[in-house]
Design a protein. Structure first.
Length: 261
């Protein structure tokens, strides 16, 4: 009997199919990661930075604009992978019947779902590369450490793609994705150390935020974006490895139940 980790490299065919479709509409997909950092930097950075000035973060005084720039990259990674493996995957599964067609080929269900998740992570990498180019124009990212944000984008994309696929396996219709967005994505967007340090939160809220994947992704992006190397980075990477070991099999289980019922 196959297990969630009983895979072959055939999942790349699913990735290839999605990439081919992406190339047909690349000019549309190219715009959000190009314009989004500009909008955020203008609104939150240049607007609020005049009021906030300097943020004290882990014993270091950091200009507010420099503080939020890596967090914007982390949010971008989260959004690209999560929305690709929720709304986009749901459309391919439920409306276009793409998953059903692929299951009539030698591809296994595990390979189809893995290909979808890897594609979601790839979209996070593409969007991160575009966003890095924009943010770097403002001198807010240190290099060469900033280049490590690309593999971090893939790791974070796998994590958020996996949890996105988990929700795809349990929601009954596409409108119900509003629930995980409201209850899961929005709280992370606001309270994961993105726009203000977590030490300003109540102690119970700070501990709760530590369980959220975006908190750890923001820290990874901040350290690497600033050229700061620390053993704490290994702990953040370990968090995502454990996260994937838990949610990847769960995503496979709920998708198997949905597609093979």
């Amino acid at each position: 009997m196959r297990t969630p980790f009983d895979l072959s490299w055939l999942f790349r065919r699913v990735w290839q199919r999605n990439f081919t479709v992406y190339r047909e509409n690349w000019h549309v997909s190219f715009l959000p990661p190009l314009l989004e950092p500009l909008f955020y930097l203008l609104a939150f950075g240049f607007g609020l930075s005049a009021l906030v000035g300097v943020i004290h973060y882990e014993g270091q005084a950091v200009p507010y604009l420099k503080f939020i720039a890596p967090a914007l990259i982390a949010i971008n990674i989260m959004n690209n992978a999560f929305f690709e493996n929720t709304f986009a995957s749901f459309v391919r599964m439920y409306y276009q019947k793409t998953f059903t067609a692929m299951m009539a080929t030698p591809l296994s269900l595990e390979e189809i779902i893995t290909g979808e998740i890897v594609w979601g992570a790839t979209k996070s990498v593409i969007a991160t590369a575009i966003m890095l180019a924009v943010i770097s124009l403002f001198g807010l990212i240190s290099y060469p450490s900033g280049l490590l944000l690309l593999p971090v984008a893939f790791l974070g994309g796998l994590a958020f793609g996996t949890i996105g696929m988990f929700f795809t396996g349990i929601v009954k219709n596409i409108e119900l994705f509003n629930l995980p967005i409201f209850l899961f994505i929005t709280p992370m967007f606001l309270f994961s150390g993105t726009f203000f340090p977590m030490n300003t939160l109540p102690e119970w809220a700070a501990w709760l935020a530590l369980a959220l994947p975006l908190t750890h992704l923001v820290k990874l992006c901040r350290y690497l974006g600033w050229g700061r190397y620390d053993m704490a980075l290994l702990g953040e990477v370990l968090y995502f490895i454990i996260f994937l070991l838990i949610f990847f099999p769960l995503a496979m289980t709920v998708m198997r139940r949905r597609l093979l019922k």
